[in-house]
Design a protein around this ligand. Structure first.
Ligand code: MN
Length: 261
């Protein structure tokens, strides 16, 4: 089969295979499946609707002091992004401290406290001046990281999924609509372990603002409603062990807590 024929066949097959999935623009139809795969949702504060998560994007090294502690030069680096699978989400209700399982394979499990922006519009090449119009709301989240595996893969110039994109690696709070909170361009972001402050910074120290992240991402990927963006962590990331309680805070949002078990 030559390439052209292959792609034509693929297109025909795809038309059938996509039926019933959530790909935007594709008609929703009922399809028989041997099992179901759940859509991931995050509750929306003050609403009986839930936010359907399409993709989780994360920006790397977006605070200068964190970039330096990771061994890179923040002044010369364009933004870069990676993804976590949507089912990496662990929803954490405000006022609760659910168990968070220490994951396999690592001996150096790190927290990263991050502001999360969630989108309800899609597009390509979104101008930075208008990009905040794409934000439906905000919440806070942890970009949990198997740092030893991330570093080892980086050292070998291999993809770092195993360090970043594993099960339960994205604890997240409920979504607060922009209409109720406004945009989060400044304000304290901190993280405590067992009551001791570990990370303590201000959102205005981001190298690339949320608006710039949306604009840059939309040059590389077509964005869609349901995409969410973990906007990077400040300096002083560090390890947790079983029994530790993580509490994180962003001014204007309820705190998020998990217990490592
Ligand atoms: Mn991160």
């Amino acid at each position: 089969m030559d390439r052209r024929h292959f792609f034509q066949s693929s297109a025909l097959v795809s038309t059938g295979a996509l039926v019933g999935c959530v790909t935007p623009g594709v008609a929703q139809q009922t399809v028989k499946t041997p099992f179901t795969v759940p859509q991931v949702y995050v509750p929306i504060v003050g609403s009986d609707e839930k936010f359907p998560v399409r993709r989780i994007y994360c920006i790397g090294r977006n605070y200068a002091a964190h970039a330096r502690e990771m061994g890179s030069d923040p002044t010369r680096e364009p933004p870069f992004f990676f993804q976590k699978p949507t089912d990496a989400i662990q929803y954490v209700a405000a006022g609760t401290t659910p168990d968070h399982a220490y994951p396999p394979l690592t001996k150096n499990y790190h927290y990263e406290a991050e502001l999360v922006a969630v989108l309800n519009k899609g597009g390509r090449n979104i101008p930075v001046e208008k990009a905040l119009e794409w934000v439906y709301g905000y919440t806070l989240g942890l970009d949990m990281t198997r740092r030893d595996l991330q570093r080892a893969m980086g050292d070998e110039k291999k993809p770092w999924e195993i360090g970043k994109s594993f099960d339960q690696s994205a604890p997240i709070g409920a979504i607060h609509k922009v209409a109720q909170t406004g945009h989060f361009t400044q304000g304290a972001i901190w993280l405590k372990v067992n009551g001791q402050i570990k990370q303590n910074a201000n959102l205005n120290q981001m190298i690339w603002s949320v608006a710039e992240q949306i604009s840059k991402l939309s040059q590389a990927f077509e964005l869609f409603p349901g995409d969410i963006i973990y906007s990077g962590t400040p300096e002083n990331v560090g390890p947790v062990v079983r029994g530790d309680v993580i509490e994180m805070h962003i001014d204007g949002l309820p705190n998020l807590s998990v217990k490592i078990v």
